[in-house]
Design a binder for this molecule. Structure first.
Ligand code: IPM
Ligand code: MG
Length: 368
């Protein structure tokens, strides 16, 4: 059988640095686990704009459609702030999500024991936290038409449109219910049905999918603003949260801080199954390109490494290998190793990106 194929798009800012640590783990998998990937690399974001004048070329887009999984680092940076909207680095990522139809974005927020003290929330609020936000990723206000900046009389008006079809809501709801069945069987759906028609439809469709196909899963509904408040008050009440594209963007950053650092959070963006039965998939850390620390070897590679672990689990049916990586991360944290983002106000001596990657490899070796 052909080796599983991976397209690596390291992108901008700290993307290449954190991806370098994932490449070490991919090499380790080949050496020590006999799992070899066909790895190819490409450009996305600002680096692609610099080379080709577009944040994603048609060739790279086509290649992403063919591989078993895409691994992405990060896109964007102040250097590109002045670019025309249509060629901004983020457009490359949004094109990948849209054209691969990656409608279900899984963003786990898990608090490692060793970091429970580090969260800005009280330890008892976050210790043992293990929730997943399922964010709809291909529709809503991110893509709705009409959109743009228009002239109206003697002033400009900025327009974006929140738009959801029943089928778009139903398919992401289904993925959330499926995930909940493999976890603690609870889904909380978040929208603003009190002010938005799209929210009313969202609530109705999620309820219908539940009643028809998933009556065994416990379902609740919350307004997204109250959900944000509950995430800070008592996040352990949740198991799976399902929400739209924009609310999911906001709520997942908030959830990230519960775990101590944005530098810890992986994500999987999944679409429909391909001919080989694997879902179309892109894996990326939730954090951005962190231009303030880019190129300094300081970034935390854990979110990117855990994103690769998610690829092993969701694209390659290698749950045991994924767990091995997650355990190795847990081990280095328990040993007290910290990148700069994981040091509290009292400080300490941080290790760099590459040292963190090496420590995780050492822990992987020790696990054999
Ligand atoms: C995310 C990011 C992206 C988004 C940006 C980089 C386009 O914030 O993945 O959460 O808004 O979806
Ligand atoms: Mg975001």
């Amino acid at each position: 059988m052909a080796n599983p194929s991976l397209l690596i798009l390291a992108g901008d800012g700290i993307g290449p640095e954190v991806m370098a640590e994932v490449k070490k783990i991919i090499a380790w998998m080949g050496d020590k686990r006999g799992v070899t990937f066909d790895v190819s690399e490409g450009l996305v974001g600002g680096c692609s704009y610099d080379a080709h004048g577009t944040p994603l070329t048609d060739e790279t887009m086509a290649h992403a459609q063919e591989v078993d999984a895409v691994l992405l680092g990060a896109v964007g940076g102040p250097k590109y702030d002045k670019l025309d909207f249509s060629v901004k680095p983020e457009r490359g990522l949004l094109r990948l999500r849209k054209e691969m139809d990656l409608f279900s974005n899984l963003r786990p927020a898990q608090c490692f024991d060793a970091l429970a003290d580090f969260s800005s929330l009280k330890k008892e609020v976050v210790a043992g936290l293990d929730i997943v936000i399922v964010r709809e990723l291909t529709s809503g206000v991110y893509f709705g038409e009409p959109r743009g900046i228009f002239k109206e009389g003697n002033e400009r008006v900025g327009i974006n449109t929140q738009r959801y079809t029943e089928s778009e809501i139903a398919r992401v709801a289904k993925s959330a219910f499926e995930l909940a069945r493999r976890r603690n069987n609870k889904v909380c759906s978040m929208e603003k049905a009190n002010v938005m028609e799209s929210g009313i439809l969202w609530r109705e469709v999620v309820q219908e999918v539940h009643d028809r196909d998933y009556p065994d899963v416990e379902l609740s509904h919350m307004y997204a603003d109250a959900g944000a408040m509950q995430l800070c008050r008592w996040p352990k009440q949740f198991d799976v949260i399902v929400t739209d594209n924009l609310f999911g963007d906001l709520l997942s950053d908030a959830a990230a801080m519960l775990t101590g650092s944005l530098g810890m959070l992986p994500s999987a963006s999944l679409g429909a199954p391909m001919a080989n039965g694997r879902p179309k998939a892109l894996y990326e850390p939730v954090h951005g390109s962190a231009p303030d620390i880019a190129g300094q070897g300081k970034a935390n590679p854990i979110a990117c490494i855990l994103s690769f672990a998610m690829a092993l689990r969701y694209s390659f049916d290698m749950g045991t290998e994924a767990e091995r990586i997650e355990k190795a991360v847990e081990k280095v944290l328990a040993d007290g190793l910290r990148t700069a983002d994981l040091l509290g106000p009292e400080g300490g001596s941080p290790i760099g990106t590459s040292a963190m990657g090496d420590a995780i490899i050492a822990a992987l070796d020790a696990s054999l």
